[in-house]
Each structure stands twice: as C-alpha cells, then as structure tokens.
Design a protein around this ligand. Structure first.
Ligand code: EPZ
Length: 421
C-alpha cells in the first residue's frame, strides 16, 4: 500500500491546474443512461471514482471509452442489457446510487444495491426513495437491494425534499426529464455540480428551469438526444489547493479557479488573513501576514461553507493565532482527521459535531492515517506546515478525488513523494 511522505520546507510558489469536478462528473456520467444517443464529457478528471463509475455503467450495458489521456469520456447507452447495479461495485462508491433515477426513467425498472454507511456517516437513501415514489415509482428493499419499478413510466409531481440532498436532487431531476408531465422539486440542492448537470441535460433536449435555486421545474419529454459537455471546475480540489500557500506560506496561482465557485469559503479565508484575487487564468492565493487569524466555521448546504472543505480548513486552523470552532452540520461523523492532526501536535477538542481548535506555533511531522478522501488531503496540508517528516498512509483515499496530487504539490515547491510501503 502506498503512502505519501511530506517534509515541511517553507513557502510555496508557482501554478496548480485545477481539474474537472469529481462530483459533477459522477452525476453527468449516469445521464448517458437517459438516451440512446452518445454523450461525451470533456475536461473529465482522472480519478479512481471515475473508473468505478465507468465499470458500473459498463455492467449495465453502456459503452464508456476514456480518450485523450482520460480527459474525454465518450459514452453510449444505445443498448442497456442489465438493470441491476451490483453490491460489489456500489459498496466501493456511494455515488453509484445515481444510476437509480436514470435507469428507472429509461427502462421503467432498476435494482440498485443500497450503498450502506461509510466513514463519514450513515448515508441513507430515504430522500431519494421518497422523491421517486412521488413520481409514481414503487420501491421496495429486498436483501440489501432497492427494487424500483414504474411499468407505466414516471409521472410528473410536486415534491418537497425534507433536506436539500445533493444526490436526491440529482436522481430526481434526471428521472423527471422523461416523466409524463411537469415535476416541481422544492427545497432542491443548489450546488454548482447540479447546475452543471442541468446544463448538460438541457443540451440533451431536457426542459428544465431553476437550477441553482431551491425550486427546479422539469417538463418531461419523450426522449433525449446526445450531447457533448465540458465538466465544470472542481471547486473542492480548488479549495484544497488554495489552502497550501495559506498553511505553508508563499504565493500560488490556481489555474481555472474562480471565486464565485467558493464564495463562503473565500470569505472565511479573507477573515483568516488570506488574500484571494482573481487573475486572467484563475486565482492567486497568499497570506497577508505571517500570522493566520482563527475563524469559526459551520458547514452548510450550498451556498454555505462546504463540508468537503471542513477537514482541510481544520488543518489551517491548527496553526492559527487563537481558538476556532468548527461545526459539522452535514455529516454525523466527519472529524476522523482530528485524532491524526493531534498526533502532529494539534490541540483539538471534539464534542459531537463541534470541534474546538486551539492554534499552536508549529505542527510536528508524524506517521498518520488517512480515513477518508477529504481527511487525507487535510493531513497532506498539515504536513506542508509541519516541522520534520509526515508520512500519510492509506492514500488510496486521495486517489479517489485528487489527480496527480504529488506532482501538483511538488510543482509549487513542496517536498513530497509517494512511496510503496
Ligand atoms: C454529495 O454527496 C457529495 N458526493 C459529497 O462529497 C458531499 O459531501 C455531499 O454531497 C454534501 O455536499 C457526490 O456528489 C458524489 P447529500 P451526497 O445527499 O449526495 C443525508 C466528497 O468528499 N441524507 O447531500 O451523498 C446524508 O446522510 C463527497 O467528494 C439522508 O439523510 O450528499 C448526509 O448527512 C463526500 N437521506 C446529508 O443528507 C438521503 O436520502 C447530505 O447528503 C440522502 C442524504
């Protein structure tokens, strides 16, 4: 198993290109199931999760070709010959559940393994089920699989999500594109990845309004055509690398970055004493002074502070002057990185969904373990600012969401390498 070894060696300088968004690509790919015509995604990220989704779509009978070094995904679902999303694939990646809505809409039936829980939370699918049942689907759980059917097709309806779930919004919007009549989805999630999905579906001929707001209206159509669509920039990869010059010093330009992808996050960086300014090609990030100010953070649905940047922000607050309070309101178990940061000399007190971080002068290198995707990059960030050597194990987590992570950090002067252990 690989580990990543980091030696904190001072300020960073240079440019980091930001890839297409994992969480957009993972919902755009299942959209191919909605049409018999080809769907091509450009600016696709090269990640293990994308390979898992390709394998899942392939198991359903779709063709997925990875072209141009993986940056282009050419997909076609003209003949689907299987409607069962197998546990062996789904258990590897929760986002596999995003084939449920499209398959149900296209085939009138779908059998999808329930993903089960993960390191950060229980991750139930009750909101997905309620919304698809509102569109007329009959869904029952048998031996760990959701058996869904709509033999006469789905029917448009007005439905309000009890919580603005990203996945439930994506599954419902995709399903409603081929339903008879109009669907009005209230309390919908507003994340940029959903806006990107809707823009792609519209290119395929879907009739949708309201993406990016809490109310999305979908006028069902008989069939969808093919399209070519560029995957939106990965705002979470962007935010993660913006914290590198913040925590280690120096100045870094993030190519492809834009403040409007991360306003709540950029406001917190500004309060912490970090300058973020737009350039022709992206964003430049640098500290205003040596000291980082402590700031309080509460994770919320978009446009609030993203939960997927909470772990990375905690790493920064470990070396801030003063006490910061981080409240995690989206997932019930997303502080697994705290004990690992404490091994590096951080002072963190976790009480339920609240972590109180008392900044220290200097973190110290140590052997630490990645527990999930975002926790893994928070430990790498902490290693950039630590005295001595940090060894992060179980880095297969980072491969799920960060392409070429060692090369990108090394490209701005970090002393970092990947080693076989
Ligand atoms: C998406 O997950 C992202 N994943 C997550 O990113 C991200 O953390 C999350 O949205 C929130 O922003 C992808 O897009 C592939 P939710 P998703 O449904 O869709 C509860 C990363 O690091 N809930 O908005 O699964 C759920 O348990 C990943 O890239 C229900 O209770 O998120 C959670 O507590 C991690 N019932 C909360 O809602 C449901 O039916 C938010 O979940 C659905 C969700």
């Amino acid at each position: 198993m690989d580990s990543i070894v980091i030696k904190g060696n001072g300020p960073l300088k240079g440019q980091i290109p930001i890839a297409g968004a994992k969480n957009a690509c993972l919902t755009l790919m299942p959209a191919t199931l909605l049409s018999e015509e080809p769907l091509t995604l450009t600016n696709a990220p090269r990640l293990s999760d994308i390979k898992t989704m390709s394998a899942l779509l392939g198991s359903l009978g779709a063709e997925v070709s990875s072209l141009q070094d993986g940056k282009v995904l050419a997909m076609s679902s003209h003949k689907l010959d299987n409607h069962v999303a197998d546990y062996e694939i789904v258990r590897k990646m929760r986002a596999s559940n995003l084939v449920l809505g499209p398959m149900l809409a296209r085939l009138g039936r779908a059998v999808v393994s329930l993903p089960g829980g993960c390191a950060i939370g229980a991750r139930p699918m009750d909101l997905h089920i309620e919304a698809l049942e509102a569109l007329g689907a009959e869904i029952e759980l048998k031996e760990g699989y959701l058996h869904a059917k709509a033999p006469k097709g789905l029917k448009g309806a007005v439905h309000e999500l009890r919580f603005a779930s990203v996945g439930a919004t994506e599954n419902t919007v995709m399903a409603a594109t081929l339903a008879k009549g109009t669907t009005v989805l209230k309390n919908a999630a507003r994340e940029p990845e959903i806006v990107d999905l809707v823009q792609c579906l519209r290119k395929m001929g879907a009739q949708i309004e309201g993406e990016g707001t809490s109310t999305i209206t979908i006028q069902g159509v008989d069939r969808l055509s093919g399209a070519t669509h560029p995957v939106v920039t990965d705002r979470i990869e962007l935010g993660s690398y913006m914290l590198a010059p913040a925590i280690a010093g120096g100045e870094v330009e993030l190519l492809g970055g834009r403040i409007n992808l991360l306003e709540a996050f950029c406001e917190k960086l500004d309060s912490a004493g970090i300058n973020v300014s737009e350039t022709e090609n992206g964003l430049v990030v640098a500290r205003r002074a040596d000291l980082i100010h402590s700031v309080d953070v509460t994770t919320e649905v978009y446009p609030g502070f993203p939960t997927d940047l909470q772990a990375q922000m905690m790493a920064l607050m470990c070396t801030a002057d003063g006490v910061s309070v981080l409240e995690e309101k989206i997932f019930e178990n997303r502080f697994m990185h705290a004990p690992e940061l404490i091994r590096m000399g951080a002072q963190i007190d976790v009480q339920g969904g609240v972590a109180t971080v008392t900044g220290v002068k200097q973190l110290k290198g140590a052997r630490v373990m990645a527990t999930d995707l975002r926790a893994s990059v928070s430990l790498i960030l902490a290693g950039l600012a630590a005295e001595g050597e940090t060894v992060v194990s179980r880095v297969y987590h980072v491969d799920r969401g960060y392409e070429h992570v060692v090369a990108k950090f090394a490209g701005v002067g970090a002393q970092i390498e990947r080693v076989k252990e």
